[in-house]
Write a protein that binds this ligand. Sequence first.
Ligand SMILES: Nc1nc(=O)c2c([nH]1)NC[C@@H]1CN(c3ccc(C(=O)N[C@@H](CCC(=O)O)C(=O)O)cc3)C=[N+]21
Length: 299
Amino acid sequence: MAATIIDGKAFAAGVRGQVAAGVAALKAGHGIVPGLAVVLVGEDPASEVYVAHKHQATLEVGMRSFEHKLAADTPEADLFALIDRLNADPEVHGILCQFPVPDHLSERRTVARIDPAKDVDGLSVTNAGLLATGERALVSCTPLGCLMLLRDQLGSLSGKEAVVIGRSNLFGKPMAQLLLQENCTVTIAHSRTTNLPEVCARADILVAAVGRAEMVRGDWVKPGATVIDVGITRVPHPQTPGKTRLIGDVHFESAVAVAGAITPVPGGVGPMTIACLLANTLTACCRAHGLPEPEGLTV
Ligand SMILES: Nc1nc(=O)c2c([nH]1)NC[C@@H]1CN(c3ccc(C(=O)N[C@@H](CCC(=O)O)C(=O)O)cc3)C=[N+]21
């Protein structure tokens, strides 16, 4: 039986609709407009595209969008001065500094400067710790999006074998924490894991965030498993010179023949990341004002 192809784009549109409804209710009931500030340091073309996407999506749900583009050689002190201003600005409920940052800056130090209550990327030590201890956190957008897709696909995740390939603070670790919270048996695999194909083959839920295009093959996938592909590698388009296309960490053609359900790239996890960024901004805004949080947008 052919696998279900999980339509992340459609699901993300639904989440954005829920966020828009929440924003409208805040405006009507309390005169509050959630605001998201995105900071971009340098001129990386891929980052420019993402940031433009985020700006557009933020406006579409009725939020304020504050874009701050800084020169590539911006000293850390200037970046921190901006973050301090955004931390203090009551119109800003979420702050995201686009990664990667130029070499002279540190992602860790930058995230640490952001008020955890406005850390809509969920990357601060405070939010990572809150998630790990099962307390109310802001959860990193991509893992949150993956969890929403998994719950939609599978209902209860309780008792399932989940394998997450990748151990980054941005994705692998928070993904594993979320799956653990859902009562999965969680394995975190990584570049030093021995017998990776064997480890993957026992997964009911296989989440691939290795950062290597098409590394996970169909014969690593347990028949009927749900496969979530977090990889986004941009490669030159095979037919059209000058254009690029995105490929995932999973070899789609071979995996789709074995899996029960699978996310495509593009159109799978990627759109959920932006939808969850908006959801987190709404959540942060509600918390800042002591108002109830919209249901279904948080864990
Ligand atoms: N502080 C920070 N937080 C991030 O969350 C963050 C970041 N920095 N730096 C870069 C990565 C990457 N990322 C993506 C967001 C949306 C898509 C997305 O919408 N992808 C579409 C396709 C887009 C296209 O075709 O280019 C899809 O997969 O269907 C992909 C990747 C967020 N990131």
